[in-house]
Design a protein around this ligand. Structure first.
Ligand code: C5P
Length: 280
């Protein structure tokens, strides 16, 4: 019997680049949340390991050995036939590969009773894998290994839009002019309601937006298209782009905004989804 695990999109509501390590990795201060749209990883334990990639974003991804899903399975020491339903665009700033790797770790741990790998091994899969493995809103620090709990966030809806151009994360980091930017406020405020959450996001930054937009001006159009929608409280780029998100109060306005953007830009990937709340 195949078991399945959801791999939700990771959204950087803020992303401050506050330093650079000697090895070139950047130190971040980022408020990360998850959206109710994502990929799905399914597996059957088998002596013959394999990976089958399906779904609307499968093109361009292979089931070859360097796929993060297979790397995660190897880290778990588990041999399985794995199916990845790819819904999230690849190289798009919403953690697709990291989310898939984290879902694979969770799934194979659940199926076999094995322990999850240690923090260093998780981080070695990718800087966003630790937060995706935690799977709940967090303030992320270091290069991705530091995870601090944040006060509960209000129920909000997200519209995600991507112009279907893949972004090279290393190239965006290389194009960053300053790496010593100010962090977020030391204390994360308790944000009551979407208006307060949006006001907080609007006062913070994504320091990768400027270098990403310099390389790919279409990202500016994506952000503007979200901002222009009725009910959009704030719009920003996530991660190193090109996906941008808009924050909305309710599912109806998010759905209407997504439909309007889809109608105007049929080539873009657009999704509306709730901001996932921690299940406790
Ligand atoms: O860890 P991951 O493979 O996701 O990172 C991809 C690239 O993004 C790294 O090779 C590095 O160039 C850049 N990066 C960075 N600082 C981070 C995360 C990623 O410079 N905190």
């Amino acid at each position: 019997m195949a078991a399945t695990e959801f791999a939700p999109a990771k959204i950087n509501l803020t992303l401050h680049v506050i330093g650079r390590r000697a090895d070139g990795y950047h130190l971040l201060d980022s408020l990360v949340v998850f959206a109710g749209v994502g990929d799905r990883v399914s597996a059957i334990l088998s002596d013959l390991p394999s990976l089958d990639v399906t779904g609307p974003m499968a093109a361009g991804l292979t089931g070859e050995g360097d796929n993060l899903v297979l790397r995660a399975a190897r880290v778990m020491g588990v041999s399985a036939r794995i199916a990845l339903e790819k819904v999230l665009p690849v190289s798009s700033g919403i953690g697709g590969g990291s989310a898939d790797a984290a879902a694979t770790l969770r799934l194979l741990a659940r199926m076999t009773g094995r322990a999850l790998p240690g923090a260093a091994e998780v981080l070695a899969l990718g800087a966003d894998v630790p937060v995706c493995l935690a799977g709940r809103a967090a303030r992320m620090s270091g290069i991705g290994e530091g995870l601090a709990e944040v006060p509960p966030l209000p129920q909000a809806w997200l519209v995600l839009a991507n112009p279907r151009v893949a972004v090279s994360t290393p190239a965006v980091f290389r194009a960053l002019v300053r790496a010593d930017n100010a962090p977020m406020p030391r204390e994360m405020p308790r944000l009551r309601g979407v208006a307060e959450l949006a006001a907080f996001v609007a006062m913070q930054r994504n320091d990768l937006e400027a270098p990403a937009m310099a390389e790919l001006p279409v990202i500016g159009r994506v952000k503007a298209a979200l901002s222009a929608q009725a009910g959009c409280r704030v719009a920003r780029m996530s991660g190193s782009g090109a996906t941008c998100f808009g924050l909305f109060d309710d599912p109806l306005s998010a759905r209407a905004a997504a439909q309007a953007i889809r109608a105007a830009e049929p080539a873009w990937w657009v999704a509306d989804a709730p901001l996932l709340q921690p299940q406790s």
